[in-house]
Write a protein that binds this ligand. Structure first.
Ligand SMILES: NC(=O)CC[C@H](N)C(=O)O
Length: 197
């Protein structure tokens, strides 16, 4: 089976997500056809969506300008899977605590941008994640802190007592960047519902 995977490509680490979803699909004897989303009209044909890290104010501005935001919301309403990482998580939240980010409201969390970055701009940490047997090598880059989680949101991982991976219905959001490691297990969790070991 070929999975049609839309990677939001208005800004951010797009090619890494393309590689990551191809790797995860291959682990399930599937192929992923990667569609880079820069304009409206492409999202409705995608089975899954990936919202990359980058700069959330820019991503938010461009997806509204290009008419992509409504299509992402419709994709989620239809129950189709999304993985949103770092800036992607910020854009997906109900509240980004920043007027420059017009959020999609598809993950019921409130996030504080760049909040992990005050102590350290970037770091990698072995993260215990719900459903994974071994820790995941999580790369944090000026990562957002999730400081409110809605009652229907499942917390999949915490770091420093704060949620850093969450699931809200078909949408998985991470403060960190699973696309920057070779490890496909977070893409597995988001899109294949089971983890190949
Ligand atoms: N690595 C990232 O995606 C960082 C997110 C960025 N600091 C933002 O707020 O948009």
């Amino acid at each position: 089976m070929t999975l049609r995977a839309g990677v939001l490509a208005v800004q951010g680490d797009v090619s890494e997500h393309g590689d990551a979803i191809r790797r995860a699909a291959a682990a399930h004897d599937q192929t992923a056809e990667v569609v880079e989303i820069r304009e409206s009209g492409l999202v409705p044909d995608c089975d899954v969506l990936l919202l990359p890290g980058g700069e959330s104010t820019t991503i938010s501005r461009l997806i509204h300008r290009e008419g992509i935001a409504d299509e992402i919301e419709a994709h989620v309403e239809a129950g189709k899977p999304v993985l949103a990482t770092c800036a992607g998580l910020i854009v997906s939240a109900t509240d980004a605590q920043d007027d420059r980010v017009d959020t999609l409201n598809v993950i019921d969390v409130s996030v504080e941008r760049n909040a992990f970055g005050r102590q350290k701009d970037s770091f990698e940490a072995p993260l215990e994640v719900e459903g994974l047997d071994d820790p995941f090598p999580a790369v944090f880059i000026r990562a957002p802190v999730i400081d409110y989680v809605g009652s229907d949101v499942e917390v999949l991982a915490t770091w420093d007592d704060r949620p850093v991976a969450v699931r809200d219905g078909p949408v998985v959001g991470t403060s960190f960047h699973p696309e920057l490691t070779e490890d496909p297990r977070i893409h597995d969790l988001a899109f294949f519902d089971s983890v190949e070991s």
